[in-house]
Design a binder for this molecule. Structure first.
Ligand code: IPM
Ligand code: MG
Length: 365
């Protein structure tokens, strides 16, 4: 019998309601396998700040330290509400980035997959979607400009300025690049290096490391593409991409764009892997405008559970079953109001009913 401890952090906005759906699916998997999941709930995000004065409270840090994996919902509150929180303590700067740093979760896997049942939902024309969209964006997550030194002040001319440093050393790049080559080996052996070598020295180093690593993976075809060109290519010909690897800020931006070509960030789960610990989260924000209305699609949360089963607990088959269950619900014509377009004959169901349908499909499948 395997036993795992999971720190569950529902977070803010739609986080708690989509988390419930993810946990329902996890329960089914626990019941039919020789495995026990010990769930420990921790406060995290703006809600935690309002309750305890910290976005990543000490008790939650301890729970995460002791857990085998971390399952995180969404964080963030409305622009107005976040003004009540000092800038450096806001959930992104005060909670999420410190958590990424603490567990050194450098390899961020963001699958960009358009389920056949959701083709109508993508803003791209059918001829551009072609055979479908199935990309794995791998984003370096603990380096670059998001983590470099920062300075604000007034310069000699009396002008306010801000300065932030983009720095990578070869070790930081290498480990992410190796994760990307490994991922390419498991998929279609095609790897796009996304860079900005025509301007940034850090991209030249990044590309050098890619080229130095490539001989270790003779089966992988490597292509290099400038990040701005990649933004266009994602819209015009997404089918050319399989695994894409890039530094932190490029990955932040392009992965959101990738959500756009699917039709919503609500279709973006993710895995953030470190040397010892991994955490799993939707790639999107907490959607405060629809929070508590039972209309948010739980796909990104349930997908994050599937990634956890696969990548932390080596339960590959059950992970696949869970993806398939979600797909079958879309394919049967159901979706939630946030993931639907007027004029289509989709049957609208609530967050909860969508979760129930996934569970039913999982039990039958
Ligand atoms: C993401 C988010 C975060 C990031 C924010 C919330 C700090 O946009 O995970 O993509 O920029 O990394
Ligand atoms: Mg982002």
């Amino acid at each position: 019998m395997n036993e795992y401890t999971i720190c569950v952090m529902p977070g803010d906005g739609i986080g708690p309601e989509i988390m419930v759906q993810g946990l329902k699916a996890l329960k089914v998997i626990e019941e039919r396998n020789d495995v026990t999941f010990n769930l420990r709930e921790g406060a995290f995000g703006a809600t935690a700040w309002f309750e305890t004065g910290k976005s990543f409270p000490d008790e939650t840090v301890q729970l995460c330290d002791q857990a085998d994996a971390i399952l995180k919902g969404t964080i963030g509150v409305s622009h107005e509400a976040s003004k009540q929180i000092p800038v450096d303590e806001q959930p992104e700067r005060g909670g999420l980035l410190p958590m990424r740093k603490r567990y050194d979760t450098f390899a961020n896997f963001r699958p960009v997959y358009l389920s056949p049942g959701l083709r109508h939902f993508s803003p791209l024309k059918p001829e551009i979607i072609g055979d479908g969209i199935d990309i794995m964006i791998i984003r370096e997550l603990v380096g670059g400009i998001y983590f470099g030194s920062k300075e604000v002040g007034t310069n000699e001319q009396g002008l306010r300025y801000a300065r932030e440093v983009l720095e990578y050393d070869e070790r930081l790049i290498k480990r992410t690049v190796v994760s990307a080559f490994d991922a390419a080996m498991k998929r279609s052996r095609k790897l796009h290096n996304i860079h900005k070598s025509n301007v940034l020295k850090s991209s030249i180093l990044w590309t050098d490391i890619i080229e130095e690593t490539a001989p270790d993976y003779p089966g992988v075809e490597v292509r290099h593409m400038l990040v701005d060109a990649a933004a266009t290519a994602l819209c015009l010909n997404p089918g050319q991409f399989d695994v894409m690897v890039m530094e932190n800020m490029f990955g932040d931006i392009l992965s959101d764009q990738a959500g756009g070509i699917l039709g919503s960030l609500g279709l973006m789960p993710s895995a953030c892997l470190g040397p010892e610990k991994a955490y799993y989260e939707p790639s999107h924000g907490s959607a405060p405008d629809i929070a508590g209305k039972n209309i948010a699609n739980p796909y990104s949360m349930i997908g994050s559970v599937a990634m956890m089963l696969d990548m932390s607990f080596n339960m590959r088959e059950e992970a696949k079953n869970l993806w398939r269950a979600m797909e079958s619900v879309f394919a049967a014509g159901y979706s939630t109001p946030d993931l639907s377009r007027p004029g289509t004959d989709i049957v609208l169901v609530s967050t909860e009913e969508f979760g129930d349908r996934v569970v039913a499909a999982l039990e039958q499948g």
